[in-house]
Each structure stands twice: as structure tokens, then as C-alpha cells.
Design a protein around this ligand. Structure first.
Ligand code: AHR
Length: 489
């Protein structure tokens, strides 16, 4: 029997709700079709945004949404996306399929979407092909309450009151698609740009600098750590040891199941390495680690445009989400913002659409099941599990995290990563005794169980009856391939 110890009386730090953030880029069918259909669409919408998507995302307690990219951000000129839609110029989306971007979803539409789903905007500004002035004016346009050239332009475009914006990205992947800069070059650009980034409504802006690998992060923290609030890093999970070695999202062999899960677990080491670098320059942990792109990246679905990054989402993706969020909860002292890529129809999406049809993915359900961890106090957990062995490699069998909400409720989230074996887990609470445990489980009959437009609820959370409580100790039977959320009172 595997064992899990939870210290219920030794709260660590709060799990920032912002690690449960999301990301929507002008890429493939994420924004257009997935979110924005336009006011004249036969698809039911509110001011152009799909009502089914608004309803689904509103239930997720989505804390923040990053936009407009990604690589798109460093090609985006915000003035192209304001004013009468009929007068907005079309541009070429150079990174994602060379499609024509008509700029119909711009600043007003994005901020309206955020208020419709109840989330905070996290805007990523353009460093690679933009100017300091352009970025400063965007902030003035959004946040200036009084009279100014940009605030007046906003009013002329139909919005009297400023919006609120706190998270602000100063470029994206500026080592690559955002300008192919060197670490030192970007550090100096960041120092300059951030000086003109201000919230004109008086709120403190949360400025995110673009990180990368260890060497880059070391240089950036040394040169500009004192000027940033967050350091952005990205971690995508592919099947292979190299970036190009991706596998299909469905119909994969068992070896792929483990390759993906093992690589997903690698995010913990990456967080720890990055935290060590940050600790050297910021021992007080003032600067947040911002994992503002993460998730699985499989081969695009056959028959779709490979530049659109459309992939199916299975119980394997749900386990990647579950184990990653468990790691985030346990690393919440430094990791305080994160954004899964991406919200609709791209990469590890929450939602897939097909014309007027919409389905929720297994990953969506994990975010919904884990939502009570948001802003709860992280509890120390210690797992003793027999590793899974195969192909001369080992990996953990289980994944866990725990938190205590303000009302005293304890939430334990568990994943059984084995593709076919159930696990018996004894959970020992230290510092309190559980009397009652209720839970929900997400699982599926196959390693690639998924929802489809024909069977939208094939993988959906149901009541979990595999837990018993006796004298404060829980015995949990975790089926193979499962994510479980347990509420203890
Ligand atoms: O999410 C897709 C792309 O992945 C983003 O545009 C980029 O930042 C990253 O390389």
C-alpha cells in the first residue's frame, strides 16, 4: 500500500489563485471561432463573444487570461485593433500559418471578454517589433482615468471609463520569436521599456520580464531583477527527448503514455533550477516565477492546418494537468502566476469547438476540480509510492498536493499515473482527524479516453466512492488513469 502524509496544522504559503491562469493567443482557431464569432454570427454571442464559451469559462474561476500571445504579441500593434472594426487594417499572422488577421478582436473586445468571464487581463506587450512609446501609450489608453491623448482616443472609441490591468508582460520569448535577442540585449531592453510602463489609475503594475533557460535567467536576474515583479518561463511537454519528437494526441502506444507523463514531471526540476537562480538574486522571493505557457504539445490532428496547433485532449492530458497543478501548489512559495496553453482549440485546450458545437476537455475538468486550491494555504505533503518501472526508467506512480481553505476545509488532489494498475493509498493526517471525506473522480476506460462532439461527456467527473475513513486515517482506492479531488471535513 502507498502512503501519503499530510501536515494539516503546518500551513505553508498561500497558493496564489493566479497559478490557475489561462492563455489565449491569436493562433489558429483560438480567438477567431473559439472565442470571437462577431456580433452578426448565428452562433449565440454577447457583443461578438460566444455565449457557450463565456458560460463554460465562468464556471472555472479563471483568475487571469494572458493575451494576445505568445509569438503573436511581438508582431502586434495595438492601434490596429481599436476603432471601428470596418476600418481596422488586416495584417499577416506571420508565426501561425500566414493567415490574415483582421484585427476584429482587439483591446476593447479582449477586455470585454475578460469582464464577461470574470477574469483579470494579463496583456503581453510588443518588444520585438514595437517601441517604448507604443507600449507606454497602450497602457495610457487602457488605464488613464483623466484627460490625455490616449484616454481621449479610448473615449472616442466608445469607452468612457478606464479598465483595470495589473499584469503586464514586457515581450514574449524574446530569445526566439520575440526578436532573437541575447540575454544581455533583452535585459537592457527590459530595463528601458519597464521604466515607461505605468498604471495611470495608480495601481501598481505587475511587470513580467521574459525569461528562458538557466544562463539567460541568471543574466536577466542579475541585470534587471530589481526592476521586475515576475520572471516568465515556459515549459511545454512533448513526447520525445527533443522538441521535434512529438507524438499523436490519441491512438498512441503505452510507451508514449509514459514518455509524456515523465516529461511533464520534468517541470518540477525546471522550477527548482529556476528558483535556485532567482534565490541567488532575490533571496526575499519578491519576484514571482511566472510559468505563463505550459502544457502538452502533440502532433496536430490529422487533416488540420499544422500551423493551427489543434490537438485532441485525453485522460493523459488530464493527468498532465493534475500532476502539474500539484507541483505548482507545492512550489507556490516562488511560483505565483501560471498560464496553461491555450484556452480554446489550441494545444492543451479547455474547450474545443466545431462551428456551433462546443465540448469541454478532460483538462477543463481538472481545472474545475482543483479550483478550491486557489488562494488556499498549501499544506506539506509527503508521498511514499512504489515507482513505476519500465524501459529501464522509473517514475512516480502517484502525485498529490493538499491545501486548507479559509473556512478550514482540506482539499487533497491525487493522480494515479499508472496506465492499468489501481493503487491503494493510505492517507495519514497529522495535526487533525478527518471525519468525513467526499470526492470526485475523473477517469476513462482507455489511455486515450476523450470527449468528442458525438460523445461530449465520455470523460467527466463523477462522485468518488473509493475512500473510507477510519479513526482519522483515509484509505483511498485510486483506479488506474485517474485524477481524484477529496474534500475532508
Ligand atoms: O503557445 C504557442 C507558442 O509557443 C507561443 O506563441 C510561443 O510563446 C511559444 O513558443
Amino acid at each position: 500500500m502507498e502512503r501519503l502524509f499530510v501536515d494539516t496544522d503546518r500551513g505553508l504559503q498561500k497558493i496564489s489563485r493566479h497559478v490557475y491562469g489561462h492563455f489565449a493567443e491569436h493562433l489558429g482557431r483560438c480567438v477567431y471561432e473559439g472565442i470571437w464569432v462577431g456580433e452578426g454570427s448565428p452562433i449565440s454571442n454577447t457583443r461578438g463573444v460566444r455565449n457557450d464559451v463565456i458560460a463554460a469559462l465562468s464556471k472555472l474561476r479563471m483568475p487571469n487570461l494572458r493575451w494576445p500571445g505568445g509569438c503573436f504579441a511581438d508582431t502586434y500593434h495595438w492601434k490596429d485593433g481599436v476603432g471601428l472594426r470596418s476600418g481596422r487594417p488586416s495584417i499577416v499572422n506571420i508565426h501561425w500559418g500566414g493567415t490574415t488577421e483582421n484585427n476584429h478582436f482587439g483591446t476593447h473586445e479582449f477586455l470585454d471578454f475578460c469582464s464577461l468571464v470574470g477574469t483579470e487581463p494579463y496583456i503581453c506587450g510588443n518588444v520585438g517589433s514595437g517601441t517604448v512609446r507604443e507600449m507606454a501609450e497602450w497602457l495610457e489608453y487602457i488605464t488613464m482615468p483623466g484627460k490625455s491623448p490616449m484616454a481621449d482616443m479610448r473615449r472616442a472609441n466608445g469607452r468612457e471609463e478606464p479598465w483595470d490591468a495589473m499584469f503586464w508582460g514586457v515581450g514574449n520569448e524574446n530569445w526566439g520569436c520575440g526578436g532573437t535577442m541575447t540575454a544581455l540585449q533583452y535585459a537592457w531592453e527590459f530595463r528601458k521599456f519597464q521604466g515607461y510602463c505605468r498604471h495611470f489609475g495608480g495601481r501598481k503594475l505587475f511587470k513580467v520580464a521574459c525569461g528562458f533557460d538557466d544562463g539567460w535567467n541568471e543574466t536577466l536576474m542579475r541585470e534587471a531583477g530589481a526592476l521586475m515583479d515576475g520572471l516568465s518561463v515556459h515549459y511545454y511537454t512533448v513526447k520525445g527527448a527533443v522538441w521535434a519528437d512529438k507524438g499523436p494526441s490519441t491512438g498512441f502506444p503505452v510507451s508514449d503514455w509514459y514518455a509524456v507523463l515523465r516529461n511533464a514531471l520534468g517541470i518540477e526540476g525546471f522550477i527548482d533550477r529556476t528558483a535556485t537562480i532567482m534565490d541567488r538574486h532575490d533571496p526575499q522571493k519578491r519576484v514571482a516565477m511566472v510559468m505563463d505557457e505550459w502544457g502538452t504539445w502533440h502532433t496536430a490532428e490529422p487533416g488540420t492546418n499544422p500551423g493551427f496547433l489543434y490537438q485532441q485532449n485525453t485522460i493523459r492530458d488530464a493527468l498532465v494537468a493534475g500532476l502539474t497543478l500539484n507541483i505548482f501548489n507545492r512550489r507556490s512559495d516562488r511560483l505565483r502566476v501560471a498560464n496553461i496553453a491555450q484556452t480554446v482549440n489550441v494545444l492543451q485546450a479547455m474547450i474545443l469547438t466545431d462551428g456551433p458545437k462546443m465540448i469541454l476537455t478532460p483538462t477543463y475538468h481538472v481545472f474545475e476540480m482543483y479550483a478550491p486550491h486557489q488562494d488556499a494555504v498549501a499544506l506539506p505533503v509527503w508521498l511514499e509510492d512504489a515507482p513505476i518501472e519500465g524501459d529501464g526508467k522509473t517514475m512516480p506512480r502517484l502525485s498529490a498536493s493538499a491545501s486548507r481553505s479559509e473556512s478550514g476545509k482540506i482539499l487533497i488532489t491525487l493522480c494515479n499515473l499508472h496506465h492499468e494498475e489501481a493503487a491503494e493509498l493510505r492517507v495519514e493526517l497529522r495535526g487533525s482527524e478527518a471525519r468525513k471525506a467526499v470526492g470526485r473522480i475523473l477517469t476513462g476506460p482507455d489511455t486515450d479516453s476523450r470527449n468528442s462532439f458525438e460523445q461530449p461527456d465520455a470523460v467527466t467527473p463523477i462522485t468518488f466512492d473509493g475512500v473510507t475513513v477510519s479513526r482519522g486515517t483515509l484509505v483511498v482506492t485510486l483506479p488506474a488513469r485517474s485524477v481524484v479531488a477529496l474534500d475532508l471535513t
